[in-house]
Design a protein around this ligand. Structure first.
Ligand code: GAP
Length: 469
């Protein structure tokens, strides 16, 4: 099969499994859908929660130097002028004059091997003109060559406050935040004044962000509404290199600990940096469904730009006084920033596996047990035998009390139940049968990846799963 067809097929298979098994649905589907907006069903929500919990445990709970914040989506609009988002947060848009398909000009140029990320619009138009002259520039949807010049397209999504009659007035405009870190900068001073942390320390938050993406066509990889998990680490300038490397190591370890192997990951170093930044690397994951490496997370050394700008625009002094050195300065920042939906797609992409078991083709998700939506499923062999159901319910309750995400399933024959659990990525299934009751008090534990089955004493299940997890 051609490489491109294989990628498209894998993406279609993942999207189809997500819908069939209640992971992710197209937003507003019964009204024909809303572009770049997705809803998470039961198993998708559980998966997303587990990824988020793993991040929070690693970034906040396991450390002494990072504090949590849950700031509002709406912020004083001047804050987005200070950060440079109003007026500057845009992508280059090109539109097909025939079918009106809209494309990101930098992405189109990249498909010709031309690096155009964050390049000025004049550069982009001159590169596009060269391709046009050679009749190489074609609409990605209808294939024709009449494409308009690139123009800047703001990614900021506007809303408004005030009474209905005022709603179009410019002074009532508020923005849906395009990244969560803005709230962290605005609450830096309150955090210092209330918690009195010493440098270096971090503030982390998980929350929704919104961007009017030009081409949000890659499932949950790029959406118009998404969740970000960001951490801003406040440091003294001289510590930048050491702390930057510490966060690079910490974040790479997180991927490995959650079951993504090193060979699927790599660092991408940004050569073109914002004027205030001294370093920027992306963690890239090799997606089978895209046929190559793509950014999942960014780690940026942002200098003192953010706090300096907010200090200037708000008129509030955001400097820090170091008691030891008796110096006063604006802290520098190292940021880690990752999209939760993008991680969901990464884990689905890695877990998606096709094989043959017992002479039958099957699909399963080989999630690491840490992030699997369901850790153990418990079945009675037959649903219409109360003696089996009662015992299975007892086993289920005990395991659920201890391991949390445990599911009871008595729907359909055992083969079907295994298939269903394989497709949602449940690492272990436990079956109560007649022998359990009549003979040995043992249950069958079946391993998702190998299909092998073992007989385990009910009293030993806790120890058995504790070892496995
Ligand atoms: N505060 C820095 C910042 O927001 P970014 O590179 O624009 O940097 C960071 O975004 C991460 O957020 C990306 O690596 C990606 O994981 C995620 N992200 C950004 N835009 C997204 C979108 N439209 N849909 C899903 N995730 C997105």
């Amino acid at each position: 099969m051609k490489k491109e067809t294989l990628e498209n097929k894998r993406m279609e298979e993942i999207i189809s499994l997500c819908k069939r098994r209640g992971f992710i649905f197209q937003g507003s589907e019964i009204y024909g859908g809303l572009g770049g907006v997705y809803d998470y069903g039961h198993y998708g929500s559980l998966l997303k929660n587990n990824i988020r919990d793993s991040w929070t445990k690693n970034m906040i709970d396991a450390r002494e130097d990072v504090y949590e914040l849950d700031s509002a989506i709406f912020m004083q609009p001047t804050a987005w002028i200070a950060s440079g988002h109003v007026g500057n947060f845009d992508d280059p848009l090109i539109e097909c004059r025939r079918c009106h398909n809209r494309m990101r000009a930098d992405t189109v140029l990249e498909s010709f091997g031309i690096v155009a990320d964050k390049m000025p619009i004049d550069f982009i138009n001159s590169e596009l003109n060269k391709l046009k002259a050679e009749k190489k520039l074609k609409c990605t949807s209808c294939g024709q060559t009449d494409i308009a010049d690139a123009k800047k397209f703001s990614l900021m999504i506007k809303s408004n406050f005030g009474s209905p009659t005022d709603e179009l007035k410019e002074e009532n405009v508020v923005y849906l935040r395009p990244e969560t870190c803005g709230g962290i900068y605005l609450q830096y001073k309150n955090t210092i004044d209330s918690l009195h942390p010493k440098l270096p320390f971090g503030i982390a938050q998980v929350g929704k962000a919104f961007r009017n993406e030009i081409a949000a066509r890659q499932f949950v990889f790029r959406t118009r509404e998404f969740e970000q998990m960001e951490m801003q680490y406040f440091i003294s300038k001289k510590d930048t290199e050491e702390k930057y490397n510490m966060w690079k190591d910490t974040r790479m370890k997180w991927y490995l600990e959650n079951g993504i192997p090193q060979e699927k990951l790599r660092w991408y170093k940004h050569e073109k940096l914002a004027h205030y930044a001294s370093e920027a690397y992306d963690v890239e994951y090799n997606f089978t469904c895209f046929g190559g490496f793509k950014e999942v997370e960014g780690i940026h050394a942002r200098g003192d730009w953010d706090l300096s700008q907010h200090s200037k625009f708000s008129g509030v002094d955001l400097s820090y006084f170091d008691e030891e050195t008796k110096e006063r300065f604006i802290p520098h920042i190292v940021e880690t920033s990752v999209g939760l939906g993008r991680l969901v797609l990464m884990f689905l992409d890695y877990a998606y596996t096709e094989d043959e078991l017992g002479g039958e083709k099957r699909v399963y998700l080989k999630f690491n047990p840490k992030i699997a939506p369901v850790k153990i499923a418990v079945f009675p062999l037959l649903k219409n035998k109360p003696i089996l159901v009662e015992k299975a319910r007892e086993v289920y309750k005990n395991l659920k009390n201890e391991f949390g995400s445990v599911m009871f399933d008595d729907n359909g024959n055992i083969g079907k139940r295994y298939r269903r659990q394989d497709e949602i990525g449940t690492p272990y299934c436990v079956t109560v049968d007649f022998e359990t009751i009549e003979k040995d008090g043992m249950v069958t534990v079946r391993d998702r990846d190998t299909g092998t089955q073992e007989r385990i004493k009910i009293e030993s299940l806790s120890e058995y799963f504790n070892k496995k997890f």
